[in-house]
Design a protein around this ligand. Structure first.
Ligand code: DQA
Length: 140
């Protein structure tokens, strides 16, 4: 089983970015824990601040040379704005789980709408760094 975790814009700054909202744990530490927890699962990671690169990565995971069985996607701000990213998720034949560290429903109104929710198999939001683990469990 191969799971691909995809993080969108600004999530490269996890750990230092608005720690009151997103916590202080860097992604490297979250990934370390995930790989320990799911020892039998290959967990790959990709982060980009660029919409097109995220779309390419999703296409590649479904149709490229090294395919994933599922994607756990935190699209960051693109969640609320990107029709193109939602189209990419709809275009692939593997399950995509939408995750958010913060409880987006309890934040500013602009974050209440997700263009991804309708094309993902489900959403995990608001449990900090644990959302990646919960997202993986959902597709195992
Ligand atoms: C986020 C929530 C988004 O609204 C925000 O733009 C992010 C991170 C989260 O993980 O809580 O960049 O996806």
């Amino acid at each position: 089983m191969r799971i691909l975790i995809v993080n969108g814009p600004n999530l490269n700054l996890l750990g230092v970015r608005e720690p009151g909202i997103y916590g202080t744990e860097p992604m490297e530490s979250i990934l370390e824990r995930l790989r320990r927890t799911f020892a039998g699962v290959e967990i790959d990671y990709y982060q980009s601040n660029h919409e097109g690169d995220l779309i390419d990565c999703i296409h590649e995971a479904a149709y490229g040379a090294v395919r994933a069985d599922a994607i756990v996607l935190n699209a960051g701000g693109y969640t609320h704005t990107s029709v193109a990213l939602a189209d990419a998720v709809a275009a692939v034949n593997i399950p995509v789980v939408e995750v958010h560290l913060s409880n987006v429903a309890a934040r500013e109104e602009v974050r209440h709408r997700s263009l991804l929710s309708a094309v993902c198999v489900g959403t995990v939001t608001g449990f900090g760094g644990r959302v990646y683990e919960l997202g993986i469990r959902a597709v195992l």
